[in-house]
Design a protein around this ligand. Structure first.
Ligand SMILES: Cc1cc2nc3c(=O)[nH]c(=O)nc-3n(C[C@H](O)[C@H](O)[C@H](O)COP(=O)(O)OP(=O)(O)OC[C@H]3O[C@@H](n4cnc5c(N)ncnc54)[C@H](O)[C@@H]3O)c2cc1C
Length: 454
């Protein structure tokens, strides 16, 4: 039986008392019989109404940034799990853990906005590549499975919109509601160092240092740092050379493409593809943008593993990204906006412009992969063993000397022989997909003993 947390109950009251934001919630109460609990109907109504969703998002930001609430969260009992990061896997872990009867975990997020990769912006800026459909957990080829399923979530992504491919903020909303229901969350809390597991310290705890000189003690840590920091961040200057996240944040503002005529994108993975879609105008529409005012004339895409022609694109690239391919064809005048260049980009920062291969660009967007963010005291992946669960195989990695578990993409779990046989391993992006790793994080949360017994 769903029982709203204090945060969710307050959120529902806040939206209900705001007539401009309450319409979706009111409409959905007429279909309350379709839902397991009236609050779930109300949350679905809020999610489907842009004004309701915006109000709910604002409420959550304010709720989590409250200083007294943060102090209370940081000083509460150390007999609970502490999660590093507030993305999809933090939400999966927290929901499964609480539903299994354990205390609410504490989530520490370094960013000011809670929700991880999908929450990098509060406005939609990219489409997911996993198809939206109702159902429970399952693998990519299973037509009855929901690929964006979040075990235990108050509402699933499939109740947040009907689009075949949802936006990043659709998924972020589900993650944020799940954290509000099942965790205490402290944003602007960058975990800097984790000390040794110490029997003399606070009854056998690990000291954790976070930003602004704050610290706490943890019986167990769930390390959900995600894909990591963007590689090449040291090359960015925030104006003519930007990272994927910087570019997406720009796309969430008014006139994001102003003054951009020639743009280069480096890297051909999901981030590179989403960046190119934004430049071509086939991503979610920015708040203020008009082709007559700001039009990118030329996009050079430096990626050594992508097809260069429309025909080859149609053959090689998955359905979700097919719309990009037609821009690889020249128009009747022989001009084309998008060119794939099968080379790596060497970028040179010059005043007011950026050079790649001697060509000048108004903007270069670096989508060249990720590198692991460092936390003092936590070694690299070689300091970990696989954590296995009967029936689920390897679900996480555990540091050999302490109760710290890497989950999600941060655990870098290799494809299993079953995944190879099912063809899931053929799509490299599947390595980090929610449908692949979500149930493993849930299996870990369901089977670990109480944190105090670590
Ligand atoms: C463009 C793009 C599109 C994608 N589309 C899909 C898709 O359609 N379907 C799909 O299944 N997957 C998709 N993915 C992959 C998906 O985003 C990730 O697998 C998923 O977000 C991982 O969730 P997570 O919770 O592990 O990490 P994240 O969502 O990345 O969250 C990690 C969090 O940890 C925080 N953090 C890191 N270090 C610290 C620290 N020291 N202290 C405190 N906090 C810290 C970060 O700030 C971040 O908020 C996509 C990825 C990208 C980049």
């Amino acid at each position: 039986m769903f029982e709203p947390s204090t945060a969710i109950a307050n959120l529902l009251s806040a939206v209900a008392s705001n007539p401009a934001a309450a319409e979706g919630m009111r409409l959905m109460t007429e279909r309350a019989g379709d839902f397991a609990h009236p609050a779930v109907a109300q949350l679905t109504g809020i999610a489907l109404d842009p004004a309701g969703r915006e109000a709910a998002d604002r409420f959550l930001d304010a709720y989590w940034s409250d200083e007294q609430r943060q102090r209370d969260a940081l000083t509460a009992s150390s007999d609970r799990d502490v999660i590093i990061g507030s993305g999809y896997h933090a939400a999966v872990y927290a929901a499964t853990r609480v539903l299994a009867g354990h205390p609410r975990p504490l989530v520490l997020e370094r960013d000011s906005r809670v929700g991880g990769t999908f929450a990098m912006t509060s406005r939609p800026v990219f489409w997911l590549n996993s198809r939206n459909r109702p159902g429970g957990p399952g693998l990519a080829g299973d037509q009855t499975a929901n690929l964006n399923y979040l075990p235990g979530a108050p509402i699933q992504a499939s109740n947040v919109s009907a689009a075949e491919y949802q936006t990043n903020t659709d998924m972020a909303f589900v993650i944020r509601l799940t954290l509000a229901q099942f965790a205490d969350v402290v944003p602007n809390a960058n975990v800097l160092a984790v000390g040794d597991y110490d029997y003399d310290y606070d009854g056998g705890r690990m000291p954790v240092d976070i930003t602004e000189g704050r610290s706490l003690s943890a019986a167990r840590i769930i390390d959900a740092r995600g894909l990591g920091d963007q590689a090449g961040e040291d090359l960015t200057n925030g104006t003519t050379i930007v990272s994927f996240t910087q570019f997406m944040r720009q796309m969430a503002e008014a006139w994001p493409l102003r003054g951009l005529r020639r743009v280069a994108v480096a890297g051909g993975g999901d981030a590179g593809k989403c960046a190119v879609e934004s430049l071509l105008g086939i991503a979610p529409q920015p708040p203020m943008a008009a082709a007559g005012l700001d039009w990118v004339q030329r996009i050079d895409w430096y990626a050594d593993d992508l097809p260069t022609s429309c025909e080859q694109w149609q053959l090689d690239i998955r359905g979700r990204y097919q719309a990009i391919g037609r821009h690889l064809r020249a128009d009747r005048s022989g001009a084309r906006r998008l060119t794939v260049i099968n080379r790596r980009a060497d970028v040179v920062d010059l005043p007011g412009t950026a050079l790649v291969d001697g060509k000048g660009y108004d903007l270069v967007v670096l989508c060249t992969g990720a590198k692991e963010p460092r936390i003092q005291g936590l070694g690299d992946i070689n300091s970990c063993d696989f954590q296995t669960v009967t029936g689920a195989g390897a679900v996480a990695r555990k540091y050999v000397d302490r109760p710290v578990f890497r989950v999600g993409p941060h655990a870098r779990l290799p494809f299993t022989s079953l995944e190879r046989a099912e063809g899931i391993a053929e799509q490299p992006g599947n390595a980090v997909a929610m449908f692949r790793l979500g149930s493993r994080t849930a299996a870990l949360a369901a089977t670990l003993p109480p944190a105090a017994d670590s």
